[in-house]
Design a protein around this ligand. Sequence first.
Ligand code: PGA
Length: 247
Amino acid sequence: MTNKIKYFIANWKMYGDLKSLKTINKVIKFSKTYKKKFKIIYCPPYTLLYSLKKLLKKSTLDLGAQNIHESLDYGPNTGFINAKMIKNSGAKFVILGHSENRALGESDMRINQKIKSAYKNKLIVIFCIGESLSEKRQKKTKIVLKRQIKNGLKNLSKKTNIIIAYEPVWSIGTGMILSNSELSENINYIKSLIYKKFKNYSILYGGSVNPKNINQINKINLLDGYLIGGASLNPKKLIDIIKKTFN
Ligand code: PGA
């Protein structure tokens, strides 16, 4: 691990209801007693943002959304939510460029517009990048990462505070992870593209992170935290991941 603040981002995807929010109380309790420098950010579905904001009120946990529409203005976009609305809900962060949305047709250019729209509304972006299995097999990982970073982060100020989540698409929800040497190589590559562009950046890993593999992934000492999907729905697992990260 690096000596920057560690992020643990709980990406609930299309899971969770009002009842399941109660499980977060365990994590709130844990965060009050665990004396390390870390930040937990819950990114629930839109329907739970308001209730979760109330629940997190007296805690150090933060709130994020999972996507936004790129438009800065309100408008006739049925089923969508823009950065202004997310800001108004009390969230401070937003996940953008997630491969599950790229798979639905989100282009690098559109992601770039979303990122700009998020920053105009003072949201902090968790920008997801990563190669697919076929890109990995064709040894195109670096080309893909470079393209996603170049286009996605085009024309952003050097002062922008950016969180990058490296998530190989083939690792998400599959239980498969990279070898530590591959992971180190890719993280170092991402760093080499980012560090001149931005003063404040953090680089996280995401893809099947769980209490069983966290010790191994954590050995690379290059990461500023984790973006956790499936395992974040279970408070015990999330707490376990955090504790093992600092061990
Ligand atoms: P996973 O999801 O931990 O369930 O693999 C990670 C993500 O998609 O953000």
